[in-house]
Design a binder for this molecule. Structure first.
Ligand code: GDP
Ligand code: MG
Length: 172
């Protein structure tokens, strides 16, 4: 049964409104939710086929507002790795993510995948895309472009994080 499968805890972190909740819901229910409460912190468990043999993925959806920092830090403390999310139409959200990471992982050592969400929008900024690719390279992390609306890239983002967590555990 699923009791034997490895379990991974993935925290979704990023500024408010970038689509963290929409990504969690798209992965778990294959649907798009237009108006999720921005203050809700939630978690989802799902058996997924995102790594060979399958695994149990626990997705921790955090709230992005600065006022919820303490709660977010608790989530980060128990997570195995992080999907760092920004929105491709909001360069400021990439800067916010960068600042957040400096507080939770100043040495950039914990498993992370950088996620540029909302790629379905026509208003995505090329500048944000280029800046994100450069940032991911400097962090040594993968960079994935996603849309929680269409589902593009969503499974890939989580699968890459699982791989990064597996490498981290093997190295420990
Ligand atoms: P969170 O605060 O980071 O959890 O963001 P939400 O998941 O609540 O999403 C904020 C807003 O962006 C909502 O209106 C969502 O419907 C919308 N949204 C989220 N992801 C996408 C996406 O990939 N494409 C588009 N077009 N809208 C999105
Ligand atoms: Mg949310």
């Amino acid at each position: 049964g699923s009791g034997q499968l490895p379990e991974y805890k993935a925290a979704l972190v990023g500024a408010s409104g970038v689509g963290k909740s929409a990504l969690a819901i798209q992965l778990n229910y294959q649907c798009f939710v237009e108006d999720h409460d921005p203050t809700i912190q939630d978690s989802y468990w799902k058996e997924v086929a995102l790594s060979p043999g399958g695994c149990v993925l626990n997705v921790l959806d955090t709230a992005g507002q600065p006022v919820h920092r303490a709660l977010r830090d608790q989530c980060l403390a128990i997570s195995d790795g992080v999907l760092g999310v920004f929105a491709l139409d909001r360069p400021d959200s990439l800067a916010q993510l960068r600042q957040m990471r400096a507080t939770w992982d100043p040495c950039c050592t914990r498993p992370l995948v950088l996620v540029g969400n909302k790629c379905d929008l026509a208003s995505t900024s090329k500048e944000a895309h280029t800046a994100a690719a450069a940032l991911a390279e400097s962090w040594g992390t993968p960079f994935v472009v996603t849309s929680a609306k269409t589902g593009q890239g969503v499974e890939e983002a989580f699968a890459l994080l699982i791989q990064a967590i597996q490498r981290d555990r093997e190295a420990a």
